[in-house]
Write a protein that binds this ligand. Structure first.
Ligand SMILES: [Zn+2]
Length: 160
């Protein structure tokens, strides 16, 4: 069996060569397997050093996963917005706030949607009937009531 010293922890003959092993690249909660990689692994500290060709494939797969993931998120943002019958402008007003072109940028994969917004979109995808609640919430009647109550509370306190 081929062995060499570990460049990371210095263990003598600590690294053993491996071939045809599969590894996973991750991005957020997404991942993808890359097969047939070869390289060295330290038996002491677990450090992995891929052979040159495998190193290139591993790093390209990582970049590709990030690019694909961003594209998939962007496409989901667009698909769900259309399913809910929102224009980009309405979606900004109701859901995201921020710049008027925020959704356009999410949908072109220019920037990633903030995690809470992406989760909200996916929840609305599963429960589109919640759009009715969303519209009611955005009118803010309940908040106005709370605000009025707060004012009353303050006036009463001052009156004492
Ligand atoms: Zn090591």
């Amino acid at each position: 069996m081929k062995k060499q010293d570990c460049a990371s922890c210095g263990a003598q003959n600590g690294m053993q060569h491996f071939e045809a092993r599969a590894f996973t690249v991750d991005f957020k909660q997404l991942n993808r397997a890359i097969r047939d990689l070869s390289g060295w692994q330290c038996q002491v500290c677990d450090e992995i050093e891929f052979d040159p060709q495998s190193a290139v494939r591993y790093s390209q797969a990582g970049d590709q996963l990030i690019e694909d993931s961003k594209r998939v998120m962007a496409d989901e943002m667009k698909r769900i917005r259309r399913k809910l019958h929102f224009t980009q402008k309405t979606a900004v007003q109701l859901l995201s706030g921020g710049g008027h072109n925020a959704f356009s940028r999410y949908e072109r994969a220019e920037i990633e949607p903030p995690k809470p917004l992406f989760i909200l979109m996916r929840l609305l995808d599963r429960h589109p009937e919640l759009v009715n609640d969303l519209l009611e919430i955005s009118k803010g009647a309940d908040m106005s009531h709370l605000l009025a109550a707060k004012e009353l509370e303050r006036q009463t306190a001052q009156g004492c």
